[in-house]
Design a protein around this ligand. Structure first.
Ligand SMILES: Cc1cc2nc3c(=O)[nH]c(=O)nc-3n(C[C@H](O)[C@H](O)[C@H](O)COP(=O)(O)O)c2cc1C
Length: 255
């Protein structure tokens, strides 16, 4: 069983790293072989939208017009049974290291499929196995109770990566500020990031997520999420009716 962690924080010994270590420890305790990819040490250029990958109709991972470390990372993803995406929160989202990587991943791992309910459809190119997927997101001053105002990144990874990697989302965690003490004055409120520490509970949660991923893979019962099974039958029936009558698309006429 191979579990891969894609680490998207620019900081070497920060909170993401500590949680990732705990996650890996959890996965290894069930015998998983683990591999950690530090995006900050890879050369992964920005996607140029040339659509070379999007147009590819062959089998397996689509080729890319850029030659850099992305090919090696993709090879690791293809052979993995589970992938955990770890990132710090930057400006309410995942880091730019993570978004640059995700841009490069999208159409190499996924392709446009046959229309679904008169709508655009997406299909994985990595249908050889079902992968377990999870995320670890770590933030500074915004506590867990207010996660929804600061963690659009988890929602985004959770809705994209299962379609891309033929996966089932098995869990995620958000580790926000656990302060050593409450800020007492203006100066401390400004130092909120630096008062921040991970708690034992957060480290245990990361470890438990690693265990959960290994167990999910071991169970052999993972089911891939597809656009089709994300929509309940009744909604699909209603969409079909609606869109057969009036298409959601307008085709621009060339002059
Ligand atoms: C550019 C930048 C933007 C940030 N934006 C947020 C934010 O929107 N919400 C938040 O709670 N923390 C924010 N933080 C704090 C980091 O999420 C926090 O320090 C986290 O622990 C960093 O993870 P690391 O230790 O792995 O680098 C931001 C940090 C940076 C550098």
């Amino acid at each position: 069983m191979k579990i891969l962690v894609i680490h998207g924080s620019p900081r070497a010994e920060g909170t993401t790293t500590q949680l990732v270590r705990a996650f890996i420890e959890g996965a290894q305790s069930l015998g998983a072989e683990t591999n950690l990819i530090l995006l900050r040490e890879k050369h992964i250029a920005h996607c140029t939208n040339c659509l070379h990958c999007y147009a590819y109709e062959g089998e397996g991972v689509a080729p890319c017009s850029l030659q850099d470390d992305m090919d090696a990372v993709l090879a690791e993803i293809v052979s993995a049974d589970g992938v955990c995406f770890a990132s710090s929160v930057h400006c309410g989202f995942v880091t730019s290291l993570m978004t640059t990587f995700m841009d490069r991943l999208a159409w190499r791992a996924m392709r446009p499929g046959p229309p679904l309910n008169h709508c655009f459809n997406l299909e994985t190119r990595l249908g050889d196995k079902v992968r377990a997927l999870a995320s670890i997101v770590t933030a500074g001053g915004i506590p867990g109770l207010l996660r929804r105002f600061c963690d659009d990144g988890t929602r985004w990874m959770k809705s994209n990566t299962p379609l891309e990697l033929n996966g089932q989302w098995i869990g995620d965690m958000y580790a926000a500020a656990e302060l050593e003490r409450l800020p007492e004055n203006d100066r401390d409120w400004k130092r909120l990031y630096t008062l921040r520490r991970l708690s034992m509970t957060q480290l245990e949660e990361a470890r438990a997520l690693g265990v959960r991923m290994a167990r999910a893979i071991e169970s052999g019962g993972l089911k891939p999420e597809t656009m089709e099974n994300a929509l309940p039958a009744l909604i699909r029936w209603a969409m079909n009716l609606c869109f057969a009558w009036k298409s959601p698309y307008t085709i621009a006429r060339m002059k």
